[in-house]
Design a protein around this ligand. Sequence first.
Ligand SMILES: [Cu+2]
Length: 149
Amino acid sequence: MKHFLKFCGINPGTCGSVAALFFFCVACTPPLLEKDGLEFSNWRIALPTPDAEVGAAYGTITNTTAQPVTLQSASFSCAEKTELHETLESGGRVRMVMLESVVIGGHAKLEFLPGKKHAMLTGIRHSGVENCTATFTVGGHSYSFRVGG
Ligand SMILES: [Cu+2]
């Protein structure tokens, strides 16, 4: 049990799929949305300062189907603009590149993490951060769910 909880803490995305077997597992984070074989887990918005106009969103998209799918875009209702970015480091210099789309392989997980891939939010509407709707377009379909601050 102790090991299982630790496992949950390290990887909530994986944990969600086995959560049904452990109804007492309080450390599990269920997916925010499960649809068409896609799981959107652990999405949250990070602001460098409480009044920042630019922030980032992080989380995981898991493709539980055997077919690769393409993430085409993301938008957050609490930001004027959302872009998919990746932070790259070369020769000691850090820069961000814009991602036009990201392929998620069959039975693969796409993770957005600090210092790696992220959804870059600009024009943050602070009144809406605590109750923001994220919409991801994957394979021509839209998937929306609530994200907290
Ligand atoms: Cu960025």
